[in-house]
Ligand binder design. Structure first.
Ligand code: ADP
Ligand code: MG
Length: 314
């Protein structure tokens, strides 16, 4: 038995272009191991191939090449067992608008062959804060409620692996917190959780391991802490009262460049400098700081950093 919840090997997907459109390579042949018990983040910008990966596991998209197994069951050789071990919350809110949440969970449980006595409809509705909407038409639910209903639906057969594809899309902040609390609780009780996101902060906050995917390739896959150490570079922008005609001498030893007549940007990484040292140098030079801002690290920066550091290592 594999110790991984999910094993992906050489997975490739080419969407065939129809009516003269060009073929689209969505996955180039990726390897990915998702350990049992982990809270795993699949992080990447829009179009990276996250949903394609998830939808192949869900049996919604046919792969072009490679293999995948879930809880040790190959999706081709053992599709029933593979499916029984995973619950997937798709990115798209696909709904039968005329079912109520209660009916939807019952139908889903029926499809997975869960005996009536073992169904957890009430418990699940309560867990996702939808008990008061149990008998409302699903089409009357808000986007956030629909998302939570899909989480409940993914759990009717009590799978050991839960996958959430961009779960925060359309979910407001308060309900997002409730959703995360519930996901964390499931994880604490032993469920392996996989989520895709294009927000670094989200993956950083929730996941113990992060794989970054870009243009259908896995760029890296490592413990969150280790990854964050590698991408700790930030830019601070210092506004000075004085007019600049170049990088002030005091900042020559840092990675600094002039933004405009009053602003200078400094790249800092914990490995070689900290904000305090930069500010001390500016003040020691007798310059007057009128404002300081930091830029959030965005995914594009991270890819650049990761790919350039790989280049150096090679
Ligand atoms: P992500 O979920 O990371 O945003 P997707 O897996 O949805 O990325 O898409 C990966 C790439 O495959 C994108 O370039 C997207 O346009 C393309 N793609 C996705 N689904 C289809 C499809 N059904 N037909 C053709 N191209 C598709
Ligand atoms: Mg997607």
């Amino acid at each position: 038995m594999s110790k991984n919840a999910i094993d992906i090997k050489g997975l490739k997907k080419v969407y065939r272009g129809r009516g003269g459109a060009e073929d689209k390579v969505a996955l180039t042949g990726i390897d990915l191991e998702i350990p049992r018990g982990s809270m795993f983040g699949l992080l990447g910008p829009n179009g990276a191939g996250k949903s394609t990966t998830i939808n192949i596991l869900a049996g919604l998209v046919n792969k072009t090449e490679g293999s995948a197994s879930i809880w040790g069951f190959d999706i081709d050789q053992n599709p029933r067992n593979a499916r029984a071990n995973i619950g997937i919350v798709p990115q798209e809110l696909m709904f039968d608008a005329f079912f109520t949440p209660r009916e939807m969970l019952e139908v889903q449980a029926g499809m997975y062959g869960v005996p009536k006595a073992e169904r957890r409809t009430e418990e699940l509705l309560k867990a996702v804060h939808l008990l008061d909407k149990a008998d409302a038409y699903s089409r009357s639910l808000s986007g956030g409620m629909k998302r939570r209903l899909l989480v409940a639906k993914a759990l009717v057969h009590n799978p050991p692996v839960l996958v959430l594809d961009e779960p925060t899309a359309g979910v407001d902040i308060e309900l997002r917190q409730q959703l995360w609390d519930y996901v964390r609780e499931l994880h604490a009780r032993g469920t392996t959780v996989v989520l895709t996101t294009h927000y670094l902060e989200e993956a950083e906050e929730l996941c113990d391991t992060i794989a970054i995917i870009n243009h259908g390739e896995v760029v890296c896959c490592e413990p969150t802490e280790q990854l964050l150490k590698r991408i700790d570079e930030k830019e601070i922008v210092i506004t000075l009262a004085e007019t600049l005609d170049g990088v002030p001498n005091a900042l020559r030893s840092f990675k600094a460049h002039v933004r405009d007549a009053h602003r200078v940007a400094v790249q800092i990484s914990q490995a070689d400098a900290n904000v305090g040292e930069v500010l001390a140098a500016v003040q020691a030079a007798g310059l007057t700081i009128t404002d300081i801002a930091t830029d959030e690290t965005d995914l594009e920066d991270i890819f650049l950093q990761l790919t350039s550091s790989q280049g150096e290592a090679a």
